[in-house]
Design a protein around this ligand. Structure first.
Ligand code: ADP
Ligand code: MN
Ligand code: MN
Ligand code: MN
Ligand code: MN
Length: 335
């Protein structure tokens, strides 16, 4: 007796890593073991010493194959079992461990766009659809493109046991969002990577591709982001801590350090238009969708809760954004 384990890892493609996976048949009763792959085919090694190691870190049911089959998210290691240079999870492990007592929690809003061929789903072969206005949370075949894929993806994520908290149609046709969390830093990032893999894999069966391109259509169309909602136990109890976190994100070189790590092409998306703040000007405010960081109105009203960093691109590495936010905010809040 055996089951199928789909090993999933993050490659070394620049400037934005992509997901890879392959299948191992494992004997029933055995855990998915450490495995390996050809790093020279993923921009992670030279041909002469091409072996990279797959270390399982997060396993969940495989909703596509069903039965006893599983998805196995891995860290990539060198053959001496130290973290590979492309392994951003290892750094997050260290930082999250150091600040665990503050109980940092994240909810990430993953925006993405469906494409069929070279056009966003819902865009005609020639020219453009009606301008933005009716698509966000819309209903009806004139406004909604790809709902059957979105529904199948949500079902697959829930069957896998991932903590999705919702989905919605976005401002541009063919553009959608799902939210993962609230969860701890490693958990939210692991689950987001698996949810992304399930998105590509689910859409594949519909003959549609999904992209995290932060600016998939040039012109007067919204970009795609990954708003990152964040709190610590102090922020969940006091408004003072909410303000302190917003201030910490604005201190010294922090705004540039964060923005530079918030996904390739972030300057092209953070223009100051289309519900963004300019990439080189840090700001925060209540209910302000034109600020870098938004304090939701309910949070001001309750005097506690969480903040939303609106800057990360859809193509951000969740291991990186969660590490930076924990590092910046938790270091300031423990003073
Ligand atoms: P928006 O109004 O920006 O579209 P969403 O409903 O899409 O907001 O996403 C809000 C996210 O905030 C959800 O993923 C949710 O899990 C997360 N969230 C809620 N409370 C907290 C909290 N205390 N700390 C961190 N994240 C939170
Ligand atoms: Mn081969
Ligand atoms: Mn949202
Ligand atoms: Mn959104
Ligand atoms: Mn948001």
């Amino acid at each position: 007796m055996s089951y199928k384990a789909e090993y999933i890892w993050i490659d070394g493609t620049l400037p934005t890593a992509r997901l890879r996976s392959k299948t191992k048949v494992v004997e029933t009763g055995a855990e998915p073991p450490v495995w390996g792959f050809d790093g020279s085919s993923t921009n992670q090694a030279e041909g002469r010493s091409s072996d990279c190691v797959l270390q399982p870190v997060f396993t969940c049911p495989d909703p596509l194959r069903g039965g006893a089959d599983v998805l196995v998210l891995c860290e990539v290691l060198d053959t001496d079992l130290s973290p590979h240079a492309s392994n951003t999870r290892a750094e997050l492990r260290e930082v999250a461990g150091r600040h665990a007592a503050q109980e940092p929690v994240f909810g990430i809003e993953q925006e993405y766009t469906f494409f069929r061929g070279s056009r966003p789903l819902g865009f005609p072969e020639n020219g453009f659809p009606a301008p933005q206005g009716g698509y966000y949370c819309g209903v009806g075949a004139d406004e909604i493109f790809g709902r059957e894929v979105v529904e199948a993806h949500l079902d697959n994520c829930l069957k896998a046991g991932l903590a999705l908290s919702g989905i919605n149609a976005e401002v541009m046709p063919g553009q959608w969002e799902f939210q993962v969390g609230p969860l701890g830093p490693l958990e939210v990032a692991d689950q987001l990577w698996v949810a992304r893999w399930l998105l590509y894999r689910t859409a594949e069966d519909f003959g549609v591709s999904a992209t995290l391109d932060p600016k998939p259509a040039k012109g007067d169309w919204n970009g795609a982001g990954a708003h990152t909602n964040f709190s610590t136990w102090r922020m969940r109890e006091s408004y003072e801590a909410i303000v302190a976190a917003c201030e910490a994100l604005g201190e010294g070189d922090r705004p540039l350090t964060h923005v530079r790590a918030y996904g390739a092409g972030v300057e092209a998306r953070l223009t100051g238009a289309h519900e963004t703040a300019p990439w080189d000007e840090y700001s925060y405010g209540v209910s302000d969708r034109g600020a870098s960081v938004r304090i939701p109105w309910q949070v001001e009203k309750d005097g506690k809760g969480y903040i939303e960093d609106r800057r990360p691109n859809a193509n951000v590495d969740p291991y990186v954004v969660t590490r930076l936010m924990v590092d910046t905010c938790c270091t300031a809040l423990e003073k």
